[in-house]
Design a binder for this molecule. Structure first.
Ligand code: WT7
Length: 635
């Protein structure tokens, strides 16, 4: 197990240097020692960022579920693989062993096959955080179908766009979902979405809330009877290393969502290796990531990474505030959680509540605390460190993206000394670069720039589904031979990285990546709206909140402003989802634009965050008078 667990800082530097000097040799060794292959690769890596084309472990044959399940059966068959903690604390938790997981995945895989799903077909999964969600991902992987999970908080419209973009033939959903005190009519949302999805042939429905739903004859079926009848074993499809494993949509600054495509072998190797080292996971630890599997964090660090290590991974159906603000800590005590991974927005929300909610519980099992999704501010970091980690559980601030598949910059706990708000050092094999506006790399320390990555790592997304040109334009054209992340960062005197935030028109709200364009499109569809622009402004719980500047049509001018605000947010909720709602809506006579017609968002951002002492260079503004007007009436 030579390179698998890094134990001290000197070893980190040693392994890091090795991984950078000879990436092929390094990853080959990891892949050889820690995974099962049906056939080994012919070539470890070939790449060309100008095309862009990246291939890891070309020629290898494998099935990721054999690595995540089958190979553990002889030694860990009776060990809990998935520990399901329901929304309602009075409902019993479920311990699904590796053996049971094997059986349930195989049954589901056979059901999918009976529905005509074959290798390469796309399956949309729109499920709440119940065991069937993880099982469905693995069932697709078992038979070589490509899963496309859509977060079950997205609206019908957003779901339909994603189903159609990747031509999904089948949708897996549930009658409803529980979230805190609410239950949500998921099947109703699917029904609405499918009005616009002619390609979907069948819908399989998991029973969760027992709510009354409509089942469309010839299209919809309850999945449980099919599972009961299905055979409990299913031979794994042999996949090529570079066969797509899944598609996961993420927002872009413009246009429709991007279906990021992740492939099989590299993704498996990297998520497993990062999981083990970034959490210092040891056999029999209980690991909990509070994310939803609808996001990349859940794919990589609830399902694939942990299971590839034979870990016990918790799936939590609920929310941090139900039945009260102590829920996370109650679950930590109840299941003696060792590694806990959550988002800054959750920490900030909980930090506002009474400390009694924390102090009631025994958190002594915790060894590592993680943070992901957005920069963690200093106050939240200290609250997390003092009250949850009691100053002896290191906090790993993990920077990465849907596109990177796995963690890229993160401390290794008990190895890398941490500094609040710093993601610290590149993970093994990751070669970051900071770039200036002229496209030159900024060398040395105590510098800042745009964050790029110089060399491929195994889990980099390989393309955007159906649009390789967009993949190249978005990530590989800003800087020659570099992957551009869209983030800004600084590197301090000791070489630690601090992520300073997006440098494009993506806004991170409560850790969710939102593009301005789709939200503006949705606002503009309101009959009273002529044009709009949205920007982020600082919010003490969500990190950023959305501020919308809206120009009304003449017909809208006479309408009640409060009603219009409600209608606009209603429209956004229906078309995208409640996460994209605007906190503030200001009606304006015009938007500040350059002579070429581009909205100067920089100015709007400053106004929204009440930082108008220096608006910067406004000489290219076409309509400076409108800026004063907007400032005078800012909310
Ligand atoms: C963007 C990616 C990685 C899974 C969840 C989000 C921001 C993410 C951090 C962090 C500062 C962070 C970046 C990144 N981000 N983690 N630790 N510190 N910023 O995945 O939805 O693809 O969003 O989230 O801006 O580019 P995503």
């Amino acid at each position: 197990m030579s390179n698998y667990h890094i134990k001290h800082l000197e070893e980190y530097y040693q392994v890091y240097r090795k991984s950078v000097r000879n990436p092929e040799g390094f990853w080959e060794e990891i892949a050889e020692e820690h995974f099962v292959w049906r056939k080994k690769w012919d070539n470890v890596l070939s790449w060309d960022f100008s095309k862009p084309e990246i291939k890891w472990f070309e020629g290898a044959k494998l099935n990721i579920t054999e690595n995540c399940i089958d190979r553990h059966l002889p030694t860990r068959g009776e060990k809990t693989a998935i520990l399901f903690e329901p929304n309602d604390p009075n409902e019993e938790a479920q311990h699904i062993t590796y053996r049971q997981l094997h059986e349930r995945v195989c049954r589901m895989a056979n059901v999918l096959k009976e529905q005509g799903i074959k290798k390469g077909d796309r399956v949309c999964i729109y499920l709440p955080m119940i065991p069937e969600l993880a099982i469905s991902l693995l069932a697709c992987a078992r038979i070589g179908a490509i899963h496309s999970v859509v977060f079950a908080g997205f609206s019908a419209n957003a779901l339909a766009t994603r189903i159609n973009d990747s031509d999904c033939k089948l949708v897996l959903t549930s009658d409803g979902s529980y979230r805190g005190g609410k239950s949500i009519d998921l099947k109703g949302i699917v029904d609405k979405a499918l009005e616009d999805c002619p390609g979907v042939e069948s819908v399989l429905v998991v029973k969760r809330t027992n709510s009354d739903i409509e089942m469309k004859e010839g299209r919809d079926q309850w999945v449980q009877p099919l599972l009961n009848d299905a055979y409990a074993d299913c031979v794994a499809e042999i996949m090529d290393a570079e066969d797509p494993l899944f598609i996961l949509y993420t927002s872009g600054s413009t246009g429709k969502p991007k279906g990021m495509v992740h492939t099989t072998a590299g993704y498996m190797v990297y998520t497993a290796y990062t999981f083990k080292n970034a959490f210092q996971y040891r056999e029999n630890d209980v690991y909990w990531c509070t994310a939803d599997i609808g996001w990349i964090t859940g794919h990589s660090y609830i399902v694939y990474g942990p299971l590839a290590n034979g870990a016990t991974t918790i799936m939590f159906e609920g929310v941090p505030s139900y039945p009260d603000y102590g829920r996370f800590w109650e679950v930590v005590e109840k299941h003696k959680v060792n590694q806990f991974y959550t988002a800054p927005t959750a920490i900030r929300a909980l930090a506002k509540e009474n400390l009694d909610f924390v102090e009631k519980y025994d958190l002594s099992s915790l060894k590592v605390l993680g943070s992901v999704g957005e920069p963690i501010n200093e106050e939240a970091w200290h609250w997390y460190n003092n009250n949850i980690g009691k100053k002896h559980s290191p906090i790993i601030d993990t920077w990465w993206q849907t596109e990177t598949g796995g963690m890229m910059i993160t401390p290794i706990p008990y190895v890398t000394p941490t500094t609040p708000t710093y993601a610290t050092l590149p993970f093994i094999g990751v070669q970051p670069a900071l770039m200036d506006d002229e496209g030159k790399e900024i060398k040395g320390n105590q510098v800042s720039g745009r964050l790029c990555i110089k060399f491929p790592w195994p889990s980099i997304a390989r393309t955007i589904w159906g649009d390789h040109d967009r993949y190249r334009d978005t990530y590989f054209s800003a800087y020659k031979d570099m992957y551009f992340t869209g983030d800004g960062a600084l590197r301090d005197a000791v070489g630690y990285y601090r992520i300073t935030g997006r440098v494009d028109d993506v806004i991170i709200v409560s850790g969710h990546n939102l593009g301005t364009a789709p939200i503006e499109d949705s606002i503009n569809e309101h009959p009273a709206v002529a044009e709009s622009a949205i920007v982020g402004f600082p919010h003490d719980v969500k990190g950023n909140a959305l501020y919308g500047y809206v120009i009304l049509k003449e017909t809208g001018e006479s309408r009640d402003r409060e009603n219009l605000r409600k209608e606009i947010n209603q429209q956004i909720t229906e078309q995208i989802g409640p996460i994209a709602k605007l906190d503030k809506i200001q009606f304006v006579p015009g938007l500040p634009k350059t002579r070429s017609g581009k909205i100067m968002r920089r100015i709007l951002r400053k106004i929204a965050s009440k930082d108008t002492s220096n608006l910067g260079d406004t000489s290219t503004l076409l309509n400076p008078e409108v800026v004063k007007e907007i400032m005078d009436n800012a909310l």
